[in-house]
Design a protein around this ligand. Structure first.
Ligand code: ATP
Ligand code: MG
Ligand code: MG
Ligand code: MG
Length: 436
């Protein structure tokens, strides 16, 4: 993309309503614009980030055998009357009426809808297990929408639902999801620690929240640093083998990790002092086993091996896709701007032409740009060098390829790594090889 042609409206003034770094930076860098309280439009660079996050989530959900569907944002109130949640959900639910006076709602989550879809098509235990997910906008009328996309009212969530014949099967589904989530967050370039969460009336210990560590997080967190040191992408886990899944699950749950809601001083005292980590975190994912809560209340049954019908066990699994864009920035920025992890950055690198109109500069820039015009941002504007440096730092491109008249004459460029500030004097070929 040529910056001279791009819609990339950076802001000079920090908007007064933005209290935290990620919100300020997303507005300043032109990633989002607020259109109503807690509701945002995603501008081109922001949308690229959102799509990158989505794609990683999708690949890792597919990898554990979950299948993608797409359910609508609008749901019929009758569906929620069947589970009893229409009244129970309260004021976070946006309720709508159509022209015939029929009650609808803008979905805050999809347990009822997926249970209904599942129930109308799956008839036998032989068709289980099944895991379905979608990536769709949700609406929750939050009392205090704040921190930009981190607590929006309309937000993008990946929500998955599993259906199993037995409790043991549901546990295996839960563990596969935990693995998928750990891999998602690692690929996204953020640390998200899985922590024991409340199970409410369901009971048991199959509820975990994934928290990105950041001082502005809304939850207090306590965890064993052993959880930070694992490489989940390198760990071989056979998702079809319950023993392999159990071994993996112990590697996670053997280490203490809890939010302030579930914190247990006695268990915490067992963690060696040098491994104790305390701080704040942002909830970016949540996995939850809830048994037959919806299949029973909505009357969804399949026939068992003995012909006797039963209610399948379910779990639900959410990732805050749009919240992650903010959470990643919260965990990865400096005074100059955003520092995107490579995997989510809107562009792999920015090319900064320090002297547009200079023959050597233009030639080198065009040559580099032509290698991958979809994934490189070419700053070909006639602005001063200082403006380009500042904008590139603000936008957080992982690499900056800086092309000035002196080096260009000799076919050389300067490559800057945004995260470390390291600079390299390289030929064009070397620079392209280094950014990968
Ligand atoms: P929170 O505790 O932050 O209100 P939640 O526990 O109500 O979140 P879940 O129902 O667990 O949220 O939804 C799954 C995921 O959706 C959350 O882990 C979070 O990442 C994301 N999410 C929830 N509410 C919002 C929101 N208002 N804006 C953006 N993302 C959200
Ligand atoms: Mg909430
Ligand atoms: Mg929560
Ligand atoms: Mg939650």
């Amino acid at each position: 993309m040529r910056l001279s042609k791009a819609f990339q409206p950076t802001l000079k003034e920090v908007p007064a309503e933005a209290q935290i770094a990620s919100h300020r930076l997303m507005l300043r860098a032109g990633l989002i614009r607020q259109t109503a309280s807690g509701i945002y439009a995603w501008l081109p660079a922001g949308l690229r980030v959102l799509r990158n996050i989505e794609q990683i989530v999708r690949e890792e959900q597919d990898a554990i055998g979950a299948q993608e569907v797409l359910m609508p944002t609008l749901q019929s109130a009758d569906l929620w009357r069947r589970s009893g949640r229409y009244d129970a959900y309260g004021t976070e639910m946006l309720r709508i009426q159509d022209r015939h006076g029929r009650d609808l709602l803008y979905g805050p989550t999809n347990e009822e809808m997926i249970t209904d879809i599942f129930g109308s098509s799956v008839k036998s235990y032989k068709e289980l297990p099944k895991a379905l997910y979608h990536i769709q906008w949700k609406f929750r009328d939050e009392v205090r929408p704040r921190f930009g996309v981190m607590r929006g009212r309309e937000f993008l969530m990946k929500d998955a639902y599993s259906f199993d014949a037995t409790y043991e099967g549901a546990v295996a589904s839960y563990r596969r999801m935990m693995l998928s989530y750990l891999r998602i967050f690692q690929r996204l370039g953020v640390r998200a620690v899985p922590m024991l969460a409340d199970t409410g009336p369901i009971g048991g210990d199959l509820s975990h929240e994934f928290l990105v560590l950041a001082p502005t997080g809304e939850s207090g967190v306590f965890f064993d640093s052993a959880l930070e040191e694992q490489d989940w992408l390198a760990r071989p886990v056979d998702c079809d083998d319950e023993n392999s899944l159990a071994e993996f699950f112990s590697a996670v749950t053997d280490h203490y990790a809890a939010t302030d809601e579930k914190h247990d001083e006695a268990a915490w005292a067992q963690v060696p002092d040098e491994r104790k980590r305390e701080g704040r975190g942002i909830e970016v994912g949540h996995i939850f086993y809830f048994g037959t809560k919806y299949t029973a209340s909505m009357g969804v049954e399949v026939s068992g091996p003995d012909g006797v019908p039963f209610n399948p066990h379910m779990g639900s699994y959410g990732v805050g896709v749009s919240r992650l864009a903010g959470a990643i920035i919260e965990a990865s920025h400096d005074d100059a701007g955003i520092i995107w992890p490579d995997a989510v950055a809107p562009y792999r690198a920015a090319i900064l032409n320090l002297r547009p109109g200079d023959e050597a500069c233009d030639e080198i820039c065009e040559k580099i740009y032509a290698t991958e015009p979809d994934n490189l941002l070419y700053d070909d504007r006639s602005d001063r060098a200082g403006v380009k440096f500042n904008d590139a730092d603000l936008m957080g491109h992982p690499w900056q390829i800086i092309v000035g008249p002196r080096g260009a004459k000799e076919g050389r460029v300067e490559l800057k790594r945004r995260a470390s500030g390291e600079r390299f004097e390289l030929t064009v070929e070397e620079a392209l090889a280094k950014i990968g």
